[in-house]
Design a protein around this ligand. Structure first.
Ligand SMILES: Cc1cc2nc3c(=O)[nH]c(=O)nc-3n(C[C@H](O)[C@H](O)[C@H](O)COP(=O)(O)OP(=O)(O)OC[C@H]3O[C@@H](n4cnc5c(N)ncnc54)[C@H](O)[C@@H]3O)c2cc1C
Length: 299
């Protein structure tokens, strides 16, 4: 049977016109036409198998790298973080984690199991699935350096086991089989590398000292260009504190844009574009977005 989200029977929750400002760390953005929270992996598989294949699907982690335009997201947003939180040690140097598990929890448990290097995951305020999609990294570590295999689910609800060889992985970029999303990953750690809570805490303290962590943001807006830092270029272009509407370039870390005062996604996107253009004019460097910008421009 082919169904639209609106006439499907599911065990999980279907919300309509759900504001994505509730589901992004920028606390801004338009509505999802349909927001689906599956009750189980079987519920998710059945939903995907029955959904009209023409309905757009967007997979959501916790929205810590996401700008949803004010016109919102058509189709279905899938939020499966609640059902994909499992974490187990598979053998001495291997752990398996669900895609909905927060990276901070992955880091803490791996440290307890003496699986290293794993402290860097604590610096990424998203899910394992988001870290896999972004090849998230911090403090010299990157997600895919540790991936031994992943499990994915496709548009038809089928589950696949995949190896890193099936993905093209770069700096904050991952390309793999289309129309598949991560549901689990197996991470391989290194013999002889013993991680520590102290090391993790000092990494987090460094972040607190250099990033505006109490304010809504998406972390770094732009990737670092080869051999340089976006924050340095933005600061040198005189943009710290620059504001459009309620969005502001942080004066603590110039590659962060903060939602200072009820910013709309349009304010934030206009500020991102202003920063990109100014850095190009001043330094001749074309910055690339790290943050994912999705959804429709408001009518
Ligand atoms: C204060 C702050 C600090 C940050 N510091 C860092 C940092 O040091 N290093 C770093 O790399 N990032 C950092 N980030 C950015 C962000 O946390 C990461 O990119 C994170 O990996 C995003 O995970 P998420 O679950 O929030 O994904 P979302 O923002 O929800 O989604 C991001 C992208 O991943 C896709 N996606 C999410 N889950 C899945 C899945 N299961 N399968 C397939 N695709 C999926 C989405 O469709 C979207 O395209 C920071 C963000 C903030 C707010």
């Amino acid at each position: 049977m082919i169904a639209t989200a609106a006439n499907m029977s599911v065990q999980g929750e279907l919300r309509y016109d759900e504001s994505m400002s509730r589901h992004t760390s920028w606390r801004a953005g338009g509505p999802a036409e349909t927001f689906f929270i599956p009750a189980s992996i079987d519920d998710l598989s059945t939903f995907l198998a029955e959904l009209d294949p023409n309905t757009p699907i967007f997979w959501h982690g916790v929205g810590s790298n996401l700008l949803v335009r004010d016109g919102g997201l058509p189709g279905v947003v899938i939020s499966a973080t609640k059902i994909l939180r499992q974490l187990e040690q598979v053998d001495r140097y291997t752990a398996r984690a669900g895609a909905g598990l927060p990276c901070t929890q992955l880091a803490r448990q791996c440290i307890r199991w003496e699986l290293g290097p794993s402290e860097f995951f604590a610096g990424i305020p998203g899910t394992v699935g988001g870290a896999l999609a972004m090849n998230a990294g911090a403090h010299g570590g990157e997600t895919w350096e540790r991936v031994a295999s992943v499990r994915t689910i496709d548009r038809g609800g089928e589950i696949h086991e995949r190896s890193p060889a099936e993905y093209s992985v770069g700096y904050r970029s991952v390309t793999g089989p289309p129309n598949e999303w991560f549901i689990e990953a197996t991470f391989q750690f290194e013999p002889g590398v013993v991680p520590s809570m102290d090391n993790m805490k000092s990494m987090l303290e460094r972040r607190k000292a250099t990033q505006p962590l109490g304010l809504p943001s998406c972390g770094s807006v732009f990737r670092n260009p080869p051999g340089d830092h976006s924050a340095r270029l933005i600061e040198a272009a005189g943009l710290k504190g620059y504001r459009i509407g309620g969005a502001e370039v942080s004066d603590k870390h110039a590659n962060f844009i903060i939602n200072r005062d009820a910013a709309t996604a349009t304010d934030i996107e206009e500020l991102i574009e202003h920063v990109r253009q100014t850095v190009l004019d001043v330094h001749g460097v074309e910055l690339q977005h790290e943050v994912r910008i999705v959804g429709e421009v408001p009518a």
